[in-house]
Design a protein around this ligand. Structure first.
Ligand code: HEM
Ligand SMILES: CC(C)=CCC/C(C)=C/CC/C(C)=C/COP(=O)(O)OP(=O)(O)O
Length: 299
């Protein structure tokens, strides 16, 4: 048994792919907060701080979910259930990451961003993982607030203030999270049932969950129109958002008729690409017109 664990095990504790997307949404939040370039020091330290805090929260989740993870096939091979990292080392690792994150954010970004990041860390690492996940099928809806925070954190890192446009970015991820997760939960429902976790397909059935996926996808579609409607984003964003939301809606509607686990899994995978692409479009839409007009001025 590898008691102290190798670096790959500690990397796995950080849920690197999820954290990568979280950090990307935070970076987009930073760029959307200003018409110009984000100051380099903010870009560097806010990205580092938000990334470290998210990784710390993910590591706490591994500790809290140790027992559940050892029951489910999808999570059985994680470092703690396998005994590759012990609980004390994982707690110490998470504490070091969290403390570093707070230091970097409070010292080099601003106190508001540090505080909001701390709330998000507590929201996912403790409130969702320790309590909500085991307490209610609305776990994902409420817990999703922590995962939706990063663009707001990016925004406050640049402006030092909470502003309505940032909350719209929050709402996009907040509405996206339930269909993102429930598609996977349908596929993994038996595992959640055997671990006694009240995920929606376990408590209310698969048909009800499919309907909820469709309803949240419609809400997401509507929320995604707002950046254009309030002149926060332009035509390029509108076209991208219509295509991406059309795609998500297509999957959600198909799921009402095609009840295969294969389609549920495809929908889940699409949801990840969807969020990445939507935030990429928000970024490109925000900066391409500026770049074009600068080129025009130069020419
Ligand atoms: C409460 C909120 C959320 C829940 C319950 C949730 C749940 C999950 C689960 C169970 C997986 C599967 C992981 C695996 O296959 O081992 C997953 C994958 C993923 N999630 Fe989420 N998620 C949430 C929020 C988010 C957020 C906010 C983001 C990013 C902004 C995100 C990005 C991803 C990515 C990129 C993957 C794919 C990871 C991979 O391929 O290994 N998730 N999510
Ligand atoms: C800015 C900041 C500190 C944010 C932290 C937010 C954060 C890391 C969100 C991750 C969301 C996520 C992967 C949930 C997985 O749920 P799960 O634990 O039920 O899934 P699992 O069964 O795969 O562990």
């Amino acid at each position: 048994m590898r008691v102290l664990g190798q670096w790959e095990d500690y990397l796995a504790l950080c849920k690197p792919k999820v954290v990568a997307l979280i950090v990307f949404t935070a970076v987009v939040g930073m760029f959307l907060a200003t018409p110009g370039m984000v100051p380099w020091s903010i870009l560097l330290f806010a990205t580092l701080g938000i990334g470290l805090a998210s990784a710390s929260a993910a590591a706490i989740n591994h500790v809290v979910d140790h027992k559940i993870d050892s029951v489910m096939a999808r999570t059985r091979r994680r470092p703690l259930p396998r005994g590759y990292v012990n609980t004390q080392s994982a707690i110490a690792f998470s504490f070091i990451l969290g403390a570093l994150a707070m230091f970097v954010l409070a010292e080099y970004v601003n106190v508001l961003t540090a505080l909001l990041t701390l709330f998000s860390l507590i929201g996912y690492g403790f409130i969702y993982s320790l309590y909500l996940k085991r307490a209610t099928p609305l776990n994902i809806v409420i817990g999703g607030a922590a995962g939706a925070a990063p663009p707001v954190l990016g925004w406050t890192a640049v402006t030092g203030a909470l502003e309505p446009h940032a909350l719209l970015l929050f709402l996009i991820i907040f509405a996206w999270t339930p269909p993102h997760f429930w598609a996977l939960a349908i596929y993994r429902r038996d595992e959640y049932a055997s671990a006694d976790i009240p995920m929606l397909p376990v408590t209310h059935g698969v048909e009800f969950t499919r309907l909820q996926i469709l309803l949240y996808t419609i809400v997401l579609f509507i929320v995604c129109l707002f950046p254009y409607l309030i002149y926060m984003s332009g035509l390029l964003y509108l076209i991208g958002a219509l295509l991406l939301n059309g795609g998500f809606l297509y999957y959600a509607i198909r799921m009402q008729f095609d009840h295969s686990d294969r389609l549920a899994m495809k929908t889940f995978k699409f949801s990840v690409w969807y969020l990445m692409a939507l935030f990429a479009v928000l970024l490109v839409d925000h900066h391409v017109p500026t770049a074009i007009s600068m080129l025009g001025l130069a020419g």
